[in-house]
Every structure is written in structure tokens, then in C-alpha cells.
Write a protein that binds this ligand. Structure first.
Ligand SMILES: [Zn+2]
Length: 226
């Protein structure tokens, strides 16, 4: 039978994990198709544009929760492109322009609205994605499952380190009432990662506890639409 929105709820996942996984995978494929990765393509002629710098967001852009805007110039027709880095999810959903930051923000709001426990995952070199808590079918427990909206990737934790050859040193999950060092599950060789770090695991854990204590552990809720 065709998938419906109710198949995408955590309650449906607890009852039928395989069908739920199929639904989430379909949602990720739809999202990647509908929300193309922003690469500085010229809106006038379709040629590739070159990055010329970042400026402070305009008053109008700040009203849609952007702090800065990128300027790009087309190599063919010389027209300028402006790419504001919006944090307003409705704006991101309308514009369909973004990279991992915008699209992780948007996908997080979609899964939170569907009722999932979710958290924001930040690789401190330059990438972001999210995780949802997938209940185990008919049993206690479950697991955090990575979702990458830019790659339509479901549960592929080694996509970055083994797949792309990325050298990741710190990967932190924010949300669900905690700040968690999740680097180990995303690196193919965690011992090598630990050797690259100037800090011990205990120091990282202590720093995250300190931030959570002083700033409050993040609890992601579906945001008011603005
Ligand atoms: Zn052009």
C-alpha cells in the first residue's frame, strides 16, 4: 500500500519498523529532490557563479532570521546573486535554497512536527545533519538513526569519514535535553581521531557538561512559524 503521513510517526515505527524506515527513506529522497543544494548557480543564465564575499544581512533578511548574506557573481553574464543564510524555516521552505545548515534546520522541524525525538548533529569541520530516535519494534530500547537531508542518507554514519575521506575531530549532537559527543560513531578510526585531538575524551565530556549546565541542555521543539 502507498505510504501516508501516519506511516511517518514514531508510533507507526514502534509497530512496524521496516515500513517506517521505508517511509523515512522516501521522505529523504523527496526532500533532496525538492530542496536542491545551493551551489551558486546563476539565476539569470544558469552558468556557475563565483563567490565574492559575505555581508551583513539586510533589515528585511534579519527579519527572517538571517545574520549574513553571501554575494556571488556569474562568470558568464556578470549578474550578481545574493544568498541570505536564513534560519527561518518557513523562509527556507519557500525559497528552497540552502546547504546543510538550512536543510538540517528544515528537516529537524519536519520530524519534530511528526512527533519524533530528534537532535541536531554538528561536525565541527563543516557539515550538519540530524538524528531521530527510532524505537525498536516490539521491544524496549531503540537507537539514534542519522538522517542527512542533503544526501538523502538514512543510517549511514560512516558516509563522511569512510565515504568522503573526511577527517572529523569533533561531532556533537545537540537536543533531546543533552549535548553529546557522538564522534566515535561517525569516524572509521576513532583511535586516530583521539590522537588528533588536543583534548582527552574526558575533557570534551566535561566541557559539554559545563556548556549544558550554564546555557541549558537543548530541547528541540517544533518552532513557532516565523
Ligand atoms: Zn549568468
Amino acid at each position: 500500500p502507498a505510504l501516508s503521513l501516519s506511516d511517518l510517526s514514531p508510533a507507526a515505527a514502534a509497530a512496524d519498523p521496516a515500513r517506517s524506515e521505508e517511509g523515512i527513506r522516501a521522505m529523504l529522497r523527496w526532500f533532496k529532490e525538492a530542496f536542491p543544494y545551493e551551489r551558486g548557480t546563476c539565476a539569470s543564465c544558469g552558468a556557475s557563479a563565483g563567490y565574492r564575499g559575505t555581508v551583513r544581512a539586510s533589515r528585511r533578511e534579519r527579519g527572517r532570521l538571517a545574520a549574513r548574506a553571501e554575494l556571488w557573481r556569474c562568470g558568464e553574464c556578470s549578474s550578481w546573486q545574493r544568498f541570505a543564510r536564513y534560519n527561518s524555516v518557513p523562509q527556507i521552505l519557500r525559497d528552497r535554497r540552502g546547504r546543510c545548515g538550512e536543510y538540517t534546520n528544515a528537516m529537524l522541524q519536519l520530524v519534530l512536527a511528526l512527533g519524533w525525538r530528534a537532535r541536531w548533529v554538528v561536525d565541527w569541520t563543516d557539515h550538519q545533519w540530524l538524528e531521530i530516535w527510532m524505537p525498536a519494534g516490539g521491544e524496549a530500547g531503540g537507537a539514534w538513526v542519522p538522517l542527512d537531508p542533503c544526501e538523502a542518507a538514512y543510517d549511514e554514519p560512516l558516509l563522511y569519514s569512510a565515504g568522503w575521506g573526511k577527517n572529523m575531530t569533533y561531532v556533537v549532537a545537540l537536543g533531546d535535553g543533552a549535548l553529546t559527543d557522538v564522534t566515535a560513531r561517525y569516524t572509521a578510526d576513532y583511535n586516530a581521531t583521539l590522537r588528533d585531538r588536543p583534548l582527552s575524551e574526558a575533557q570534551v565530556a566535561s566541557a559539554l557538561r559545563w556548556v549544558a549546565h550554564t546555557k541549558g541542555a537543548p530541547r528541540l521543539q517544533p518552532a513557532p512559524w516565523r
